[in-house]
Ligand binder design. Sequence first.
Ligand code: UTP
Length: 291
Amino acid sequence: MSKIRKAVFPAAGLGTRFLPATKVVPKEMLPIVDMPQIQLAVQEALDAGIEEIILITGRGKVSMVDHFDVAYELEDHLRKRGQEELLSIVEEISKKTRVVSIRQKHPLGLGHAVLCAKSAVGDEPFAVILSDDIIKSDRPAIGQMAEIYDAEGGAVISVMQVPPDQISKYGAAIPAEGSSPVPRLTPLSGMVEKPPASEAPSNLAIIGRYVFPPEIFGCLENVAPDARGEIQLTDGIRELLKSKAVYGYEFEGKRYDAGDKLGFLQATVEFALARNDIGPLFREFLRSLEV
Ligand code: UTP
């Protein structure tokens, strides 16, 4: 059993890259085929043995919380019509998830969103999952990271190698001197946001999965807001580095940036192709396209 029992899902952002779809629909509810992105992310946490889901929500995000609640009328309707398969899909979602939701009143940044979970997390290590980073993997990415945390302590941040001309789109990890004997693990000495390729400290891009010790909260409380008035998670991690080891972990799996239109489409196509029900017909359809 891992020490990681709780996962925080920051989901209070405005999703401006997906306007107008996200004017009233939370970006986390946009489906990959028929699965809301937040459900894919929550499933990853459950598959890793995480028991408590902490959703950080904002204005207009109620549907996301409702999604994990019992839908009595819908369930009753499906039961009466004998639609047992759909019924169990719908029932499962609320049955297996223990959800706490916390409102971030103003979108004051990812660091602030994580800080909102302080009292719900308490004095124990926890995971942070950004649901728009979808990771397809045989072993849940956050579970891989929880194992590393259990063995190494400190903080574990997911990283992925990207081509040099892509690193300027990400936070880049700064490797510390020396290496780790653990495969895929790099001790870090810091990170920089969106560096130009010529100044990038590595080609390790930071992705939306983290395992933190509870000390991260004190660090975030000490961080000054940036020029836009936001508290950045990376500043909190830099603060944490003063007292704890921080590791970059190259997870096994394929990541899609579903917060971006192209990444969203790529995830949709690959997830659809992998499905037993619609996969074969969808493949045939794609082959028939003149592209
Ligand atoms: P993004 O930078 O992707 O922002 O936030 P966004 O609002 O979701 O989307 P765009 O860029 O406007 O299209 C990264 C993650 O941090 C959460 C978001 O919900 C997302 O999961 N976040 C960001 C918060 O919860 N609160 C904030 O104040 C900012």
